[in-house]
Design a protein around this ligand. Structure first.
Ligand code: ARG
Length: 462
C-alpha cells in the first residue's frame, strides 16, 4: 500500500528499509494512549471550530470503536504500518472515509509520540509504585515478625557489631521509600502535555493546548514547542530512578543469596521462589534473587543505551529518537517482573533467628562494647580500644570467646574490670544500649517501623 505520507516521494520504500524503519512491533503497546490522545485532539478541534462539532463527535465515536475492537481482539494490528499512529489513522480513514483524514489537522506524529509516551509511562510509574509499596509492606511485616532477633551486622563483610534483623530490613525500607519519592518526582515533571507543539514550531490554527492538557489529566503544558518534541529526559529520569531501585534490590538479593546459603542459614526462601538442580539432589537455588541481581545490569544498560542515543542530537525530532521506546519499555517491564516476584519472596521468607544469634556470638562482635565498658570506667577510648584488641588477640590465640574468658584474665589487662563486664558484653545488652536515634535498639527499630508504616500508608493513599 502507498504510504500515508506519499506525495513528495512516491512512498515506495524498499521492503527491507521499510521494515527497518517501522516501529509498530513495539509501539503498538501504546494504542490506548494513542487513541485517548486522538480523542482529546478531535474534541479540541471541535471546540475551537477547526472542525464542526458533528465532525469531532464522529471522529471520537470512530476512535472509540477502534479502541473497543482492539481491546476485544476483533481488530488486529497491521504490522505493515510504519507505527501505531499511522495504523490508527489508517483504520479510522477506512471506517470514516475522508473525515478520518481530518484528524491529523494541527498535529504531527512528533508531538503525538511524545504525548503517547508520557501517557503510557505515567501509568507504568503508578503500577511500579504500587509494587514497590508491596515490597516495603513485606519488609515491615518481616520486621514486626523478627521482634528482637539479633544478627551480626557487617562492615567489609566481616562481623562488626550486633544489630536487630529488623534494623537491617528497615534500612532497605528507607531506601525503597526514597525510590518511591524519585518515581513521584519524575512523574510530576513528566506530567506536562507536549500535544499541540506539532512538528516543532507550533501551528497556524487557533488550537487550545491547555484544553487538551486538562482533558488528558496533565498538570500543564510544555511551554516550548521545540522542547516538547525534542527531549526524552522524562524517559532518562525514569530509567535513572529504576536503575537506582534495581541497585537496591540487587544488594538485598545478594544478601538473601548469602543468607540462604548453607554457610549462613539465616533465612530459608520459600520453595515457591527457589529451584532445584537437575543433577544435584540436595540443591535449593535462590534463582529469583539471582535473576533480580542479574537483571539490574539490564536496566542499567537500557539507561545507557538511551543516554547514548540522545547524546549530541540536534533539535528537534530525529528518527534516532524512535530508539527510546524499546529501552524504556524493557526497563519498565523488567522492573515490574522483578518486583512481582520480590515482594512475595520477601513476605514468605522464613527467618532462622537461632542461626543468626549463633553467628553473632562467635565473632568478637561485642569488642566495641568491651572498650566502651572501660571508657565508662574512665579510660580514654583509644587506650580502651587497645586493651580490648589485646584481649581479643589473646582469645583467638587460646581459642576462647569474650563471654566466657575468666575475670582474672581480664584483670591481668586492666584492673578496671569487674563482674559487671559480662552483662555489658551480652549481645542483648549490646543491642539494647544503642539508643541513639536511628540506632539498633529495639525501641529505635520500633520507632523506625512505625514511621515506615505511616509513610507507606500515605504513599498508598495519596
Ligand atoms: N515512530 C516514530 C517514533 O517512534 C513516531 C514519530 C515519527 N515522526 C517522524 N517525523 N517520522 O519516534
Amino acid at each position: 500500500m502507498a504510504k500515508m505520507w506519499a506525495g513528495r516521494t512516491a512512498g515506495a520504500v524498499d521492503p527491507v528499509a521499510d521494515d527497518f524503519n517501522s516501529s509498530i512491533r513495539f509501539d503498538c503497546r501504546m494504542y490506548q494512549q494513542d487513541i485517548t490522545g486522538s480523542m482529546a485532539h478531535a474534541a479540541m478541534l471541535g471546540a475551537q471550530g477547526i472542525l464542526t462539532a458533528r465532525e469531532a463527535e464522529q471522529l471520537i465515536d470512530g476512535l472509540q470503536g477502534i479502541l473497543e475492537d482492539l481491546n476485544s481482539g476483533s481488530l488486529a494490528f497491521d504490522m505493515g504500518c510504519e507505527d501505531i499512529h499511522m495504523f490508527i489513522e489508517q483504520v479510522l480513514t477506512q471506517r470514516l472515509g475522508d473525515l478520518g483524514k481530518k484528524l491529523h489537522t494541527a498535529r504531527s506524529r512528533n508531538d503525538q509520540v511524545a504525548l503517547d509516551l508520557r501517557l503510557y509511562l505515567r501509568e507504568q510509574i503508578d503500577q511500579i509504585r504500587d509494587l514497590v509499596c508491596q515490597v516495603i509492606r513485606a519488609l515491615a511485616d518481616q520486621t514486626e515478625g523478627a521482634g528482637d532477633a539479633i544478627m551480626p551486622g557487617y562492615t567489609h563483610l566481616q562481623r562488626a557489631q550486633p544489630v536487630l534483623l529488623g534494623h537491617h530490613l528497615m534500612a532497605y525500607a528507607m531506601m525503597l521509600l526514597r525510590d518511591l519519592e524519585r518515581l513521584s518526582d519524575c512523574r510530576r515533571r513528566m506530567n506536562r502535555s507536549p500535544i499541540g507543539a506539532c512538528a516543532l514550531a507550533g501551528t497556524t490554527y487557533n488550537t487550545d493546548r491547555r484544553y487538551e492538557a486538562q482533558r488528558l489529566g496533565f498538570d500543564g503544558i510544555c511551554r516550548n514547542s521545540m522542547d516538547a518534541v525534542s527531549d526524552r529526559d522524562f524517559c532518562l529520569e525514569l530509567m535513572s530512578g529504576l536503575s537506582i531501585l534495581m541497585m537496591h534490590l540487587s544488594r538485598f538479593s545478594e544478601e538473601l543469596i548469602l543468607w540462604s546459603s548453607w554457610e549462613f542459614q539465616f533465612v530459608e526462601l520459600s520453595d515457591a521462589y527457589t529451584t532445584g538442580s537437575s543433577i544435584m539432589p540436595q540443591k535449593k537455588n535462590p534463582d529469583m534473587a539471582e535473576l533480580v541481581r542479574g537483571k539490574t545490569g539490564r536496566v542499567y544498560g537500557d539507561l545507557m543505551a538511551l543516554l547514548t542515543t540522545l547524546k549530541g542530537l540536534p533539535l528537534a525530532y530525529n528518527k534516532d529518537m524512535q530508539e527510546d521506546k524499546e529501552a524504556v519499555f524493557d526497563a519498565v517491564d523488567t522492573v515490574k517482573m522483578c518486583l512481582q516476584v520480590f515482594a512475595p519472596m520477601v513476605a514468605t521468607m522464613k527467618v532462622k533467628p537461632e542461626n543468626m544469634k549463633k553467628a553473632a556470638q562467635g565473632g568478637f562482635i561485642n569488642a566495641t562494647d568491651l572498650a566502651d565498658y572501660l571508657v565508662k570506667k574512665g579510660l580514654p577510648f583509644r587506650s580502651a580500644y587497645k586493651i580490648s584488641g589485646q584481649i581479643v588477640a589473646h582469645c583467638i590465640a587460646q581459642g576462647q570467646v569474650l563471654e566466657t574468658l575468666p575475670l582474672e584474665v581480664y584483670r591481668s589487662y586492666s584492673d578496671l574490670f569487674d563482674e559487671a563486664l559480662y552483662q555489658d558484653i551480652d549481645l542483648t545488652a549490646c543491642v539494647r544500649k544503642r539508643v541513639s536515634e536511628g540506632g539498633t535498639s529495639p525501641a529505635s527499630v520500633e520507632a523506625q517501623l512505625a514511621w515506615v508504616r505511616q509513610r507507606l500508608e500515605k504513599e498508598e493513599n495519596p
